[in-house]
Design a protein around this ligand. Structure first.
Ligand code: C2E
Ligand code: CA
Ligand code: CA
Length: 670
């Protein structure tokens, strides 16, 4: 598969799902973190409010009962006890004077040693201890645990690791409103030489949490909606992706697998399974004359037939094998085999099964087989080889299975080499003009010649045209080569005319590929006119086959060429599928009778009869006759009696280089 094709398929199949999933996770986690921050700040706010309120209650007791009565504290105790009883938050008050425990509402004091540590620390750092409390051993934390009571530095509350507070919240059942959690804190108020310690009971009740739960639920709901929306988007993406893949690998006509799927699957099978007693063959399987079938029964029926073929073939394909519709009535198969004979009979059996589909119509199939030789072979290349084998099957061959072999491989390599080198060869003038003389039948004088190309390759040496012309005809290079030949012949004629020599018309072959351009006549004029020679020294040989391409272009071009004074001849008349009808419409100057009429011992007599009648017919249509491929004296004599005009063949001369031709011409005309 070409790289760009591969890229295009990959682009179509590219999964855009991962970025979406990643995006989902990313956005969900950002959302989650945001939610957590909001929740935590809410919790901190609630706890902070509670602590502030309990601190204010504590400081209120100190300001109301202790500070006005510093001298006589005894008077305050009752007030303190009443406030404690009225207050939900304050649990106990104790007074320590000069390090001595003096009084406590319920006999409890904060732990002296820890409190002292804290006091010292704060004295050192701040110089003045305002209020506040005690520090834990790590000194960073402002919370200290004394049994089940905690002390917290209010001023430092923001620094408190909220987790520590929450983890230290004690569950308790002591209150009338059962709190969810409770925290006991000592506040310490220095008043003159005393420290007033107030033990607070900070409880978190369920109604405190309701708001938090509400906020959390809101966020959770949003998060769930968001995740569901995203999941649906991703499912949609996956579905559309699998739809693209399905369309990519489905054949429209049969509804089965298509060529692309075959390449992917088959390629993988060969790569993974070839060897270890698994031998594979790639098969190009074709129904012959599908077009005729469609013409008779309609395209719809034709496509239905292909669908049924597909279904039958599908059933014949075993595990680790592959099959697909290629194009028109062509199928691609990748089958395993042990013996070639067994493979052949399997293919024959498939043909039989397919023929059963239409009991009243006999169908014909061809198969080209290319055996896989190693696991690194490219399946498209293998199928191409299989097709090359099918193409070589003779139309009327009895056995319609052909194997791609070494000879074909060689031919393929040769074609590639020719294609690689043809441009360079043309530039380097490796293509040489050879001339084969044409003789008049009666006087046996040289009266014309045909230009035939030869490739003199720097390494391969002399290459005859049948080894490269068919390749050029396939790839279109023949257009350039024929132009080159016309120019070379025109150049040669101009040279001879310039030297005052008598010249004979030289014919050049014009491939049928030229007859697609409507300005062909003008194009040829352009090529020849550069050399300023009369047009009638150039003859253009075209084959009847061009008649079947674009008849109108051919007819117009021939007319224009003759109007411009060129001689036009029909080459190989009678070879292949010829139609006398073409002579009716095509006004040409010369008819070249194909060499085949003079071959074959059995049919020679009939051939001669046809030749003499064709000559008669041509005369009536005012055409000249050239007999090609004449090799014997008898043939020459026969043609002379039949009023044939010119003879071209080995009997008189083979194609030769221009210098040799010049010599021969001099000899013949002296
Ligand atoms: P063609 O145009 O029919 O040319 C006649 C072929 O018959 C030539 O083969 C010639 O060498 C061969 N021939 C002539 N007399 C005899 C004979 O007595 N006995 C036998 N056995 N053969 C004879 P060549 O040169 O090998 O060319 C083969 C074909 O290649 C040509 O057939 C023509 O179709 C094509 N060709 C050659 N040169 C060109 C060209 O420049 N342009 C195009 N388009 N085709 C060319
Ligand atoms: Ca010819
Ligand atoms: Ca010919």
């Amino acid at each position: 598969m070409s790289k760009s094709k591969d890229k295009r398929i990959k682009k179509l199949k590219r999964k855009r799902i991962w970025p979406s999933i990643l995006g989902l996770f990313l956005i969900a986690s950002v959302f989650f973190v945001f939610m957590l921050i909001v929740l935590v700040t809410s919790v901190v706010d609630v706890v902070d409010d509670k602590i502030t309120s309990s601190y204010e209650a504590s400081s209120h007791i100190v300001r109301r009962h202790v500070e006005p009565n510093v001298e006589n504290l005894e008077q305050s105790y009752e007030g303190i006890l009443t406030d404690i009883a009225l207050n939900d938050e304050v649990e106990a008050v104790s007074i320590v004077r000069a390090g001595e425990e003096e009084w406590s509402s319920n006999g409890r004091y904060p732990d002296q040693s820890v409190r002292l540590t804290y006091m010292e620390l704060f004295n050192e750092e701040n110089g003045y201890v305002d209020y506040d409390i005690i520090i834990e051993e790590d000194e960073q934390n402002v919370v200290v645990k004394q049994g089940d009571e905690y002390s917290v530095n209010k001023g430092f509350l923001k620094k408190i690791d909220i987790k520590t507070i929450l983890s230290q919240l004690d569950k308790t059942n002591e209150e009338k409103y059962v709190p969810l959690a409770a925290l006991k804190l000592w506040y310490v108020f220095p008043v003159e030489d005393m420290e007033i310690n107030v033990l607070n009971h900070i409880a978190v009740y369920s109604y405190d949490v309701v708001l938090l739960i509400f906020v959390a639920l809101m966020f959770a709901a949003l998060l769930v909606i968001f995740i569901i929306y995203y999941i649906f988007t991703i499912i949609g993406l996956i579905a559309s992706q699998s739809r693209v893949t399905k369309v990519l690998y489905t054949d429209i006509v049969t509804g089965g697998e298509n060529w692309l799927s075959f390449v992917r699957k088959g390629g993988r099978l060969i790569k993974r399974n070839y060897g270890n007693r698994n031998f594979y063959a790639v098969i190009h399987f074709r129904m012959e004359k599908y077009r005729s079938f469609c013409t008779c029964f309609g395209v719809k029926d034709g496509e239905e037939l292909l669908e049924r073929f597909y279904n039958v073939l599908k059933k014949q394909v075993r595990r680790k094998e592959a099959m697909a519709h290629y194009e028109q009535a062509d199928f691609a198969l990748l089958l395993k085999y042990d013996e070639v004979e067994e493979l052949k009979s399997r293919i024959e059996n498939i043909e039989k099964l397919l023929n059963n589909i239409t009991p009243n119509i006999k169908l014909y199939f061809s198969s080209g087989v290319c055996l896989v030789e190693n696991r690194s072979q490219d399946i498209e290349e293998l199928f191409n080889n299989a097709m090359a084998a099918t193409a070589l099957l003779d139309e009327d061959a009895e056995i319609r299975i052909a194997f791609f072999d070494i000879e074909m491989k060689k031919q393929q390599l040769w074609e590639r080499k020719v294609e690689d080198e043809m441009e360079r060869a043309l530039k380097n003038k490796e293509f040489k003009v050879y001339l084969q003389p044409k003789y008049s039948a009666k006087e046996e004088r040289m009266a014309g010649a045909e230009a035939l190309v030869r490739w003199v390759h720097p390494v391969e040496g002399f290459i005859p045209p049948n080894r490269f012309i068919p390749i050029f005809e396939k790839n279109g290079f023949i257009l350039q080569l024929d132009d080159y030949m016309i120019e070379e012949v025109a150049r040669q004629q101009a040279k001879w005319i310039g030297e005052g020599k008598e010249v004979v018309p030289i014919s050049v072959n014009v491939s049928r590929a030229h007859f697609t351009r409507e300005d062909l006549a003008e194009h040829i004029c352009g090529l020849v006119d550069r050399f300023q020679i009369p047009h009638d020294v150039i003859e253009l040989e075209l084959t009847e086959s061009a008649f079947f391409d674009d008849k109108q272009v051919l007819l117009n071009t021939v007319k224009k060429l003759r109007d411009h004074g060129f001689i036009v001849s029909m080459d190989d008349f009678g070879a292949g599928y010829s139609s006398l009808n073409s002579l009716k419409e095509l006004h040409i100057d010369v008819l070249k009778i194909d060499a085949d009429f003079f071959r074959g011992a059995d049919s020679l007599e009939r051939g001669m009869k046809i030749v003499s009648n064709v000559i008669e017919l041509a005369k009536k249509l005012e055409m000249k006759i050239v007999a090609e491929g004449i090799e014997s004296r008898e043939q020459v004599d026969f043609l002379a009696t039949q009023n044939c005009d010119l003879i071209q063949g080995y009997y008189f001369a083979k194609p030769m280089p221009i210098e040799e031709f010049e010599e021969k011409y001099k000899e013949a005309n002296n």
